[in-house]
Ligand binder design. Sequence first.
Ligand code: GDP
Ligand code: MG
Length: 452
Amino acid sequence: MGAKWFDMVLDKLSAGLKDTFRRIAGLGVLDREAVEAVIRDLQRTLIQADVDVKMVFEISKRIKEDVLKEKIPTGLTLKEHFIRVLYDEMAGLLGKETGRLELKKQRILLIGLFGSGKTTTAGKLARWFKVRGMTVGLVACDTHRPAAREQLEQLGKKLDVPVHTEGKKPEDIAREAVKKAREDVVIFDSAGRDALDGELARELKEMGSIIKPDEVILVLPADIGQAARRQAEEFNKLVGITGIIISKLDGTAKGGGALAAASVSGSKVKFIGVGEKPEDLEEYDPKRFLGRLIGYGDIQGLLEKAKEAGAEKTAQKIMDGKFTLVEFYEQIGSLQKMGSLSKVMDMIPGLSSSGMMKKLPENFMDVQEDKMKRWKFIIDSMTQKEKDDPDEITPSRISRIAKGSGTKPEDVRELLKYYKQVKKMLKMAGGGKAFKRGPFARMAKQFGMNMG
Ligand code: GDP
Ligand code: MG
């Protein structure tokens, strides 16, 4: 996974983060002092990567509060919890969602300041769509920079992609291309300026009204670091953008800062440019990016353990007969995988003779797929309170839920009946200490574990 550029320019950030995670794992006591020392190190690492100081302090504060105050999920050691919190914060810092562009017929306008990498990125995107089976056209709307048109024409030749150049002014060229281009994806390369001044804003607005682009993508060079946020916000306010591409990530240690800054601007980073060649473009996935920074193997093990702990908590809740309708629904699928519930219940001493089983219909848990689907609609139509506390659902609410979900009141009543019966049964079983171990506990654990 270690691409050369990545190891070279993000080496410091990567080493710093790895160090932080490793330090937590190696700590003897995890008291306030130790937590604060680790966080101070983290702050240094992030600030060196040009992450905005205010953001760094906000993150630190949240981590500290989470680690020192929050109740730790059962099954997790405090250290693992710390690592989990840190991981979540770092992933959040790098952005929330994975970026890419849709493979559909569309017009894309690339904007940005001089030298940000627009023309290069136009070529990269053209290649990206082309290898995915789309036809692509490039439009050379930069008439300001000398030889800008030739640069794009050369790129087009190299990629075997038509380049539209007809017209004198950027607006004319755009208009001609809108009229004539027949390709699936038409990418408009625009002219930049030294700054986002009134003239550039006017020109881009005009271009926007001619092109009516599906995507307006701002190209930001990574070496501007945390200034990425301000630029993204300004461009967005003046001309409206649908996404960001961070270029030149291969050439600066400020890449982490630029990505973090862009991700808080409110616009999504869709790709990163990592070299001068058309193939040097990567879809941007914050979690994968973080994985590369801190090493997949290490973090995966820790996160798995954390996930299991979460599942155990659910299992415990179910054993105690306390669970919401949503949890109930999620567990049915898992139970079905284990064979019929009655078979499992048979293994529990005392339960089958309690008479409880006789009250349950045959093949109790063999819920048909279409019924499951209906139940899903029903649950989706409930308010949060109703989901959490289904016992409180009154008849008038039942008819409202049925209407909202396109089902019949009988369907809603049936779901509620199932829920109540299972709850009652589990409460009985879980209440006895004898059941905390043995097959039932295993079952509860099992269906907790099976959660997606
Ligand atoms: P424009 O003025 O916005 O159109 O910028 P250009 O596309 O002409 O790029 C300006 C310079 O940056 C050129 O020398 C490109 O080769 C270089 N460049 C663009 N993107 C990248 C990138 O991701 N990595 C590197 N190393 N150089 C890039
Ligand atoms: Mg250019």
